[in-house]
Design a protein around this ligand. Structure first.
Ligand SMILES: Nc1ncnc2c1ncn2[C@@H]1O[C@H](COP(=O)(O)OP(=O)(O)OP(=O)(O)O)[C@@H](O)[C@H]1O
Ligand SMILES: [Mg+2]
Length: 506
């Protein structure tokens, strides 16, 4: 039916205004967690030009509360009323590149996901305005009337403002007490644990702002300043970075940059744990998508590759502008997105190349480590397309011992060594190494074993004409000796009678 005919038909109209009580309750379940909810409120502070955001979590009070105070532009009463309106802005409106908002919902939906009472106090040009949504009141009245509080002296948090700025107060934290309403100790424990997770999330998603890349912002939690967590470890001297690639698309530029994190031995324990996060490096590899410098997706390959042990140090930073929000299908929480087809096509190639190179380098490195070790304790052998490891019975330590044995015991010794080789627990090793490689270590070698190993190796090296100054280098190709280098170096110095050998360790 064409439009003109359709318009000519009589129509009946009926008021279908949504029910306030049920709609506002529905806004509690967009799927926020405490961490994504806090991040959404802080987005508003950043958009309002704040330089400082203070989070105060009063977890031990009878009525716990969370306060988020910023020193941004603040709002007049009219602006505050608009801000409190659900759907205060149209998602298709154009926003400035500093504006992290999109839907006109975040302040309300993020807050309601955690609490039943949202109060906002804002100071602009020295005038203070205060408004509140209390879900119990909305539920009773079933209308959209917003409370304006002329007397806000009882609202916590105003003292945090010294000039223009905004304070968001969450009270009636029904969702955050984790069902432990009456059990105070458990309730406090649960809330503190949620805050601990949230703290890491904020350090990660706002790391570029905390690092001082424009605009610089300071965020504190109960007075403690949050330090950034850079998931690319981009300032670490051992991080490898490929040149940035820029995709010019009709709605803006997408920047892509590949990083390979340093091997765990080159990072401190703290750096390793922080970049790996609670789920570890295996799960944290992948794409890191930043929207206007704010991290919205951290890790995972979005279907472009598999998360494997060999690629666990690979991370790709993808920077997108807010002009492409609808193409990326950014959600209200700013915690998920989908790759637009053009970007997906290009990223697929980048990921395949990057991940493929990384896997090859890893394999080659592993192979070389064994193949290039002089006089290895284990030999890496290949036969019929299969790789296996066998104790090297020609190693000087074993050989020196075997020659001391009477003939009838020597064969028994070799047999024991072969059994050790065929009993290598490959499946267990594999299971342990996946996702947890850095905590699987070789058994500890005690000092007398090391002394025996070093002495017989040095004797064998001397016997095969290796000059003394080349000996430390050969010894270092051995993982067990390299890992105990301080002691091993001393043993070599004693053997050679040369104190203070140059430390050529790589
Ligand atoms: N801390 C703040 N300082 C100044 N203005 C604010 C603050 N918080 C919210 N506002 C105003 O309230 C509006 C509504 O905020 P809200 O978070 O609900 O939606 P949004 O940020 O526009 O979009 P989104 O739903 O994507 O977050 C903002 O656009 C902003 O104008
Ligand atoms: Mg917002």
């Amino acid at each position: 039916m064409d439009r003109e005919v359709e318009q000519a038909l009589p129509i009946r109209e009926v008021d279908a205004t949504p029910y306030a009580a049920s709609l506002i309750e529905g806004h509690r379940d967009f799927g926020y967690s405490l961490e994504t909810a806090l991040a959404d409120v802080i987005d508003n502070s950043i958009s309002a030009g704040s330089t400082s955001v203070e989070l105060i979590a009063n977890t031990t009070a009878d009525e716990p509360s969370i306060i988020i105070a910023d020193d941004g532009s603040g709002m007049s009463e009219t602006e505050l009323v608009e801000a409190m309106r659900l759907g205060s802005k149209n998602p298709s409106d154009k926003r400035s590149s500093e504006d992290l908002g999109r839907f006109g919902l975040g302040l309300k939906s993020a807050s309601f996901s955690q609490c039943r009472s949202l109060t906002v106090i804002s100071v602009k040009d020295s005038r203070t305005s205060c408004a509140r949504w209390d879900l119990d009141r909305v539920s009773r009245r079933n209308d959209w009337s917003l409370e304006l509080l002329d007397d806000h002296s009882a609202v916590p948090g105003l003292e945090l403002l010294s000039g223009d700025g905004t304070v968001v107060v969450w009270e009636k934290l029904d969702r955050l007490v984790g069902g432990y309403g009456d059990d105070r100790a458990k309730r406090v424990g649960h809330l503190n644990e949620a805050l601990r997770l949230a703290e890491r999330h904020l350090r990660l998603v706002f790391h570029r702002f905390l690092e001082g890349k424009k605009p610089k912002i300071r965020i504190s939690l109960n007075g403690r300043e949050l330090k950034p967590i850079d998931p690319m470890a981009s300032t670490h001297h051992s991080t490898q970075k490929l040149p940035e690639e820029v995709l010019m698309l009709s709605k803006g530029k997408v920047r892509i940059r590949c990083y390979t994190l340093p091997h765990h031995k080159k990072m401190t324990r703290e750096e390793w744990d922080e970049t790996g996060g609670p789920e570890g490096h295996l799960k944290s590899q992948g794409l890191y998508i930043y929207r206007e410098n704010r991290l919205i997706i951290s890790g995972g390959w979005l279907g472009l590759a598999r998360q494997t042990e060999l690629t666990k140090l690979c991370r790709i930073a993808v920077d997108i502008p807010n002009t492409m929000d609808s193409d990326w299908k950014i959600d209200v929480k700013k915690a998920s997105a989908q790759l637009p087809p053009q970007v997906r096509e290009r990223l697929k190639k980048v990921v395949e190349h990057f991940v493929g190179t990384s896997k090859r380098t890893y394999r080659r490195r592993g192979q070389q480590l064994v193949d290039e070790t002089k006089q290895p304790i284990w030999n890496r052998l290949q036969k019929d397309g299969q790789v296996f490891f066998r104790p090297n019975i020609d190693h000087p330590v074993f050989e020196a011992y075997a020659t001391q044995l009477p003939d009838h015991l020597r064969e028994g010794f070799y047999r024991c060594m072969r059994i050790v080789g065929s009993g290598l627990p490959i499946e267990t090793l594999h299971a342990e190494l996946v996702g947890n490689a850095e905590s699987v270590i070789a058994d500890h070698a005690d000092e007398s074993d090391l002394r025996q190993l070093v002495t017989s190796m040095l004797e064998a090296l001397a016997g095969s004409g290796i000059p003394p100054d080349a000996m430390p280098g050969v010894m270092q190709s051995h993982p067990v000796l390299r890992d105990n280098w301080y002691l091993v170096k001393k043993l070599i110095e004693d053997y050679l009678g040369q104190p203070d050998l140059p430390d050529t360790r790589v």
